[in-house]
Design a protein around this ligand. Structure first.
Ligand SMILES: [Zn+2]
Length: 227
């Protein structure tokens, strides 16, 4: 059981203070502030921060996080930034069956390995119904029905992300109790094949093991990753 605090808030506040009224900024200062804003996520290396619309997440000062939940998308986008901008950054939409569509996730991993963060860890994303309040959601671009597996670099970057989240939050993510698929943790979902329609758990856990082995200077498995 882990309590997550807003350890990163100082960076955002610094940017706002410098923008304060009546203060003119040099171009170089502006660049610095833009960089700080773009780093308003939780600090995963090379992450792109594209915040979700306020309709699509719930802001908290802190919360308890007990699991990471993996998903695959079924839209047309192969690109994580496209999903972030065209879906999660948009206000809620009225769906075909008269239900409001408010989905979001903390992260999206694209087929080229790009990682986008849309919701802060301390805030609640809308990805797994009743299980949202204590989980972190990660989407993986995979068009239905064309993409029946993830790309190697997508497995690899996602495994790196999950291991990093585990370290940040003190979650033992190699234990599948703390790392679940959408349809495992949320049995009410209509996405009954999420993420196993495209995500092989066997390959995913192999990527986790190899990322970990290499970070500890151990030999990875014989699988040749195309990364
Ligand atoms: Zn899902």
């Amino acid at each position: 059981m882990v309590r997550y605090e807003r350890y990163n808030a100082g960076i955002v506040k610094l940017g706002l203070t410098q923008i304060g009224p009546g203060k003119s900024l040099l171009a170089s200062e502006r660049v610095l502030i833009l960089q700080e804003d773009s780093m308003a996520g939780d600090g995963f290396p090379d992450v792109i921060w594209i915040p979700a619309h306020s309709d699509r997440h719930k802001v908290k000062s802190s919360r308890q996080i007990d699991a990471v939940v993996l998903h695959v998308t079924d839209g047309k986008a192969v690109d994580a930034q496209q999903t972030a901008r065209n879906v999660f950054a948009q206000p809620k939409q009225l769906g075909a069956h008269g239900k409001w569509q408010v989905q979001s996730a903390h992260y999206i991993v694209g087929r080229d390995g790009t990682v986008v963060q849309c919701v802060r860890h301390k805030d609640i994303a809308f990805h797994a119904n009743e299980e949202n309040s204590y989980t972190i959601g990660i989407e993986h671009n995979a068009r239905d029905p064309g993409d029946t597996t993830l790309t190697d670099v997508q497995y690899w970057k996602s495994a790196k992300l999950v291991i990093w989240i585990g370290k940040q939050l003190g979650l033992p993510v190699f234990d599948r109790w703390y790392l679940q698929g959408h349809s495992e943790i949320d049995q009410t979902t209509t996405h009954s094949q999420c993420p196993q329609r495209a995500l092989s758990w066997r390959t995913y856990m192999q990527a986790m093991a190899d990322v970990q082995a290499m970070s500890e200077g151990r030999r990875p498995s014989m699988r040749l990753w195309d990364i």
